[in-house]
Design a binder for this molecule. Structure first.
Ligand SMILES: NC(=O)c1ccc[n+]([C@@H]2O[C@H](COP(=O)([O-])OP(=O)(O)OC[C@H]3O[C@@H](n4cnc5c(N)ncnc54)[C@H](OP(=O)(O)O)[C@@H]3O)[C@@H](O)[C@H]2O)c1
Length: 277
């Protein structure tokens, strides 16, 4: 199981909560926890943090056994705004600490010019302060490429412990993954199933058949064998369980390479430096 640079142990797989209305989220999170997930990935942007908190309470599972993630949204970047956004997230969740807080997206120079770097550094300074106060057990970033991490590193006291990136067969982001892993930063995969848009791929289908597994399970296994922590989302209990059942088979080196070498496909395959966020 992955261990962060500050020695906190994470499970090998987490549960995503994007694109679920608030009213459905409580039941989904409760079901996910009862199915065995212990890492819940959320964000202020998803608009359902009240539901996440309700689901946690309704599960009856002790708070300290669950790892809860949130992210500061783009309009809340900067030192003061991040501190306020964090308080709103805690209050919506009904919790008194978070296990992991991430900067959702870096400000990029295409949109913010020369001030982008300062903006990211100031957002990071707020996360460091919250971490030092004991309000967050681990801090990190999301969608940060190596150069964004280097830029916050110029003023940081603490380096990110996690980088959450879009990763699925057809979008490995190898350069960013290699950079993170060589700097002790745990990589989490968002859209680890590519939002199920690359499931018609012949390579993925034939590897799945060879193992008697689904393309979703093979995708998750491929990420885990790369040392990456996937956070699949499903509103269906059977799929939640299916996505956890990925520890009874192993992909060969050849199969791993075949999946590594798929052309860009599935999910969003964003060019982060070109985004208008
Ligand atoms: N940091 C970021 O910028 C960022 C961006 C996007 C997402 N995220 C996080 O990453 C999480 C996962 O990403 P995602 O939700 O975009 O995509 P995903 O997990 O790759 O795919 C979710 C989709 O796959 C379906 N699905 C799940 N398991 C399945 C299975 N075993 N068989 C068939 N279909 C299955 C789900 O449908 P059903 O629900 O109907 O089962 C849903 O439509 C999010 O929920 C969120 O927490 C982070």
């Amino acid at each position: 199981m992955p261990i962060l640079s500050n020695h906190i142990q994470f499970p090998s797989i987490g549960y995503g909560t994007y694109n679920m209305p608030d009213r459905e989220t409580a039941l989904a999170v409760k079901n996910a926890l009862l199915a065995g997930y212990r890492l819940i990935d959320g964000a202020a942007f998803y608009g359902n943090e009240k539901g996440v908190g309700e689901g946690i309470r309704e599960s009856g599972i002790p708070r300290e056994e669950i790892l809860v993630t949130s992210k500061v949204w783009n309009r809340d970047r900067g030192y003061e705004k991040t501190l306020s956004a964090f308080q709103k997230t805690l209050s919506d969740l009904g919790l008194d600490y978070l296990d992991l807080y991430l900067i959702h997206w870096p400000a990029n120079t295409k949109k913010y010019g020369a001030s982008a770097i300062h903006e990211n550094q100031e957002t990071w300074r707020a996360l460091e302060e919250l971490y030092e106060k004991g309000l967050i057990r681990a801090i990190g970033v999301s969608n940060f490429l190596p150069h964004h991490i280097e830029e916050i590193g110029e003023t940081a006291k603490i380096l990110p412990m996690v980088d959450q990136l879009e990763i699925h067969p057809g979008w490995l982001q190898k350069e960013a993954v290699d950079y993170c892993q060589s700097h002790g930063i745990l990589v989490e995969a968002w859209a680890p199933l590519g939002r199920m848009t690359m499931v018609g791929d012949e390579t993925l289908i034939s590897i799945s058949r060879a193992h008697g597994k689904t393309p979703a399970q093979v995708s998750l296994r491929w990420e885990i064998q790369h040392g990456i922590l996937p956070i699949p989302k499903s509103s269906h209990v059977e799929r939640m369980k299916q996505n956890l059942s990925v520890f009874d088979f192993e992909l060969s080196e050849e199969e791993m390479k075949a999946l590594d070498n798929l052309p860009p496909m599935g999910g969003r395959c964003f060019d982060i430096d070109e985004m208008d966020l």
